[in-house]
Design a protein around this ligand. Structure first.
Ligand SMILES: Cc1cc2nc3c(=O)[nH]c(=O)nc-3n(C[C@H](O)[C@H](O)[C@H](O)COP(=O)(O)OP(=O)(O)OC[C@H]3O[C@@H](n4cnc5c(N)ncnc54)[C@H](O)[C@@H]3O)c2cc1C
Length: 310
């Protein structure tokens, strides 16, 4: 029997550098639906494995914010803006009423700076050898300071949010078009829903744009059940994940982790909470916007008023 669930969205918060590994593990295990394997000792081996395999995008879900004194020796960081996932600006620090260089980005970006420019200061300041490209390296900057993880007192570009969303494959396809965000998604290749781990059933998202009860809803359900029947039959015939997924419709449930800074989130909301976006996309994006507004009313008030309060 096909399982029908509602779309949902929650924030995965991260505020301490000590929690970076457990946060990354929690985000990464979504791909394999192996969250049940998480224990106190699993984060390091899990991340070592994904780093070795090249599945490095998972490390994009943890962001760190640094400051540097605004002085000549430190200005070279401005030439490194080409590193994807890195944000750099010169801003007034309200704590000292002085301009500073603010550098923020995800763990992957700091590993890329180390690889591309031979600059290891950021990784060594974070202090987790798991992410080091080289342990012993000379400092390239003067007065580098690790300020915070994910949230900061600086502008939108230096504040980040990670969310976990349960939505349909159609919504996931649309949302993952946003290139400046980072994503980890339940793999329809590695997850074989005929296995007991998945209850030997397919899970679909309740369509928000098909009225229930109605003849149209019954037709949709009949089709989902027929797809499930064929999926299980193909699995019985020896079908592998790669073959079985060819049957999955847009309504299939997808688990998605999405991380971005506030600038990109604002851009995504302005397009995806709009009435031109697909209703299933609008639904999850409006849920997120409401939650974000509670945390950052200043950053999201205009969009909240436009799309939610209206
Ligand atoms: C109502 C609607 C209908 C759509 N219909 C279709 C469709 O029929 N077919 C289809 O293929 N897509 C469609 N899309 C997807 C759309 O074209 C974009 O790919 C998607 O919305 C991502 O938005 P974006 O490009 O503005 O920004 P993001 O990818 O979120 O990037 C943010 C910003 O970064 C900049 N940026 C990022 N990457 C680049 C780059 N490579 N070059 C230059 N600037 C960059 C841009 O300024 C961009 O606004 C639709 C989107 C919407 C909202």
């Amino acid at each position: 029997m096909v399982k029908i669930v509602k779309a949902e969205s929650e924030i995965y918060s991260l505020s301490r550098k000590e929690d970076i590994c457990t946060h990354i593990e929690k985000c990464g295990r979504i791909c394999y639906k192996s969250e049940n394997k998480i224990s106190e000792e699993t984060a390091i081996p899990f991340i070592s494995g994904i780093l070795k395999s090249g599945h490095e995008s998972v490390t994009e879900h943890a962001n760190v914010i640094f400051t540097l004194p605004k002085q000549a020796e430190n200005m070279k960081i401005l030439t490194m803006k080409d590193v994807r996932g890195l944000n750099i600006s010169i801003e007034e620090d309200p704590l000292i009423n002085k301009e500073v260089i603010v550098v923020s980005g995800n763990m992957r970006a700091f590993r890329d700076i180390a690889r591309q420019y031979g600059i290891h200061d950021f990784l060594t300041s974070i202090g987790n050898p798991l992410f080091y490209i080289k342990a012993e390296a000379e400092n390239s900057f003067i007065g580098l300071k690790l300020e915070s993880v994910q949230n900061s007192r600086f502008s939108e570009m230096h504040n980040y949010l990670t969310t976990h969303t349960v939505c349909d494959l159609g919504a996931y396809k649309d949302i993952t078009r946003h290139r400046l965000a980072s994503f980890s998604i339940e793999s329809t290749r590695y997850c074989n829903y005929s296995k007991g781990k998945f209850g030997s059933e397919l899970t679909m998202i309740e369509p928000c744009n098909i009225e229930k009860p109605s003849e149209m809803y019954d037709e949709w359900l009949k089709c989902m059940e027929s797809i499930e029947k064929s999926y299980m039959k193909m699995a019985e015939l020896g079908g592998k994940g790669d073959q079985l997924r060819m049957l999955l419709p847009h309504s299939t449930k997808a688990d998605m982790i999405m991380s971005a800074n506030i600038v990109e989130w604002r851009h995504v909301f302005s397009l995806r909470c709009h009435s031109a976006a697909h209703p299933s996309v609008q639904l999850v994006m409006k849920k997120m916007l409401s939650k974000f507004y509670e945390i950052y009313p200043d950053f999201f008030e205009d969009l909240y008023n436009k799309f939610i309060k209206e």
